[in-house]
Ligand binder design. Sequence first.
Ligand code: AMP
Length: 278
Amino acid sequence: MELIVARHREDLVKARRGGEVALVPTMGALHEGHRSLIRQARARADQVVVSIFVNPLQFGPSEDFSRYPRTFDADLDVCRAEGVDVVFHPDPGEMYAPDRQVSVSAGHMGTIVEGASRPGHFDGVLTVVLKLFNLVQPDLAVFGQKDAQQLAVIRRMVADLDLPIEILGAPTVREPDGLALSSRNRYLSDDDRQVALALSRALRAGAAEFTPARIRAAAQEVLDAAGPRLEVDYLALADPATFADVDESYEGTAVLAVAAKVGATRLIDNVTLTLNPA
Ligand code: AMP
């Protein structure tokens, strides 16, 4: 089947066929991480829709909206190679009416950890994701564990607003040296890239420990050793569903998450670990 490129909401309606529909929301500049999400969608659904939309609502005023990479032609090649059925690529004007009023709030979860550093970010994410759900009407949607708090707030929205959509989480795809793939990695110089490796190294060091205090300390030590070119924003050990900090008595799955800037490029990464296994 020929790949359909939908620029307008009506195009999406025309592209609809019977069977299960999977949506993979992205901001484009597609890499192996996105490809793994698409493959997971392909394996589960009859029709795969990939959205490519750099969502202005989820960028703060001093963030990189205007310089976010846009590589649409290459993205289409990736989608063709992965057997995607429909690419939804709207203009901001198609998504947001100038007189719009109503948006989604991520609540408290939107104000902690990543949300504390990026006020309004998760509200912007949820607003666009809900709109994409309404426009595409998927049966399931695939999101990366790479953005662990994003996955958590989306699951919360689906539960709290009774959305009839199954949410699948996909594991983080990494470079052989451990760096998590990101559209923003292309901005890293060779030197920056070496500094950036401290993120995944810190997470591995943390994951080798068994108590919250030791996990945090081991990861922090690696971050501290990376030197002043790594500007750490936060290191958090959190409940993966709520992103509340875990204490020493916590049992079960936790997420160790880190955010840092290398030069002008802000990177995030996380690992999942199990605390106090019986
Ligand atoms: P983005 O285009 O960065 O907004 O990401 C679109 C989707 O791809 C999100 O669900 C991300 O979590 C996911 N994603 C981004 N990077 C990776 C990665 N390295 N591995 C797996 N999924 C990823």
